[in-house]
Design a protein around this ligand. Structure first.
Ligand SMILES: CC(C)(COP(=O)(O)OP(=O)(O)OC[C@H]1O[C@@H](n2cnc3c(N)ncnc32)[C@H](O)[C@@H]1OP(=O)(O)O)[C@@H](O)C(=O)NCCC(=O)NCCS
Length: 165
């Protein structure tokens, strides 16, 4: 299937990002946005792309460049195993009716290509079978575990794709 990519600004698309999330993250282990403020702070500083099938928005890709050192206080809680100048996958999400048609892999390939010289990092819930399979097939490796991710009481797997050894 053919999907068209569109780069978007956060401020003009808060509602769309909120609504997409409500439709996609419906599983018991998912954490969902509860307000527009949460959407804003979650995506703040990210590059955000929407992927369209004709006129329907089918998927979201968002990533953020890590830049330690500029504000050490703010970065105190950051995982030190995530290297300087790496890129964090902030969101990879496909509407249920478009899942299983290759869009997740396509968005991940775009993420890898546009950041081809950088180390890539992400977290996902260990029970997120589709996510884990998609990431492992795309070359990511599991390197860690978080017991209580951001005080949600839920765990996360840590995955990475290293290019700069
Ligand atoms: C995870 C997600 C992004 C994958 O996107 P997708 O478009 O459905 O995935 P693709 O069609 O590109 O499939 C990628 C590969 O993983 C496999 N896969 C995907 N979901 C799977 C599932 N639930 N069970 C088994 N295999 C699965 C596919 O079979 C495919 O392998 P193939 O190339 O051999 O067919 C999508 O399912 C999604 O948005 N899920 C809900 C949100 C989410 O969990 N996002 C990740 C949070 S970190």
């Amino acid at each position: 299937m053919n999907f068209m990519k569109k780069k978007i600004s956060l401020n003009e698309n808060l509602e769309l990002l909120f609504e997409m999330d409500q439709k996609i993250f419906t599983r018991e282990f998912d954490s969902k946005f509860e307000s527009m403020e949460q959407v804003e702070s979650y995506y703040y500083g990210s590059e955000i792309y929407l992927f369209y099938s004709e006129n329907t928005c089918a998927g979201i890709l968002a990533y953020k460049h890590t830049n330690y050192g500029s504000n050490p206080k703010k970065n105190e809680s950051i995982d030190k195993s995530i290297r300087k100048n790496s890129v964090n996958l902030v969101k990879l999400a496909v509407l249920p009716e478009f899942q299983g048609r290759g869009l997740g892999s396509q968005m991940l390939e775009y993420f890898k290509e546009t950041n081809s010289k950088k180390d890539l990092f992400l977290t996902t819930h260990p029970r997120n079978r589709g996510g884990v399979i998609t990431y492992l097939k795309s070359g990511f490796e599991i390197y860690g575990w978080i017991d209580n991710f951001e005080m949600t009481g839920e765990p996360r797997l840590k995955l990475r794709l290293l290019r700069t050894r």
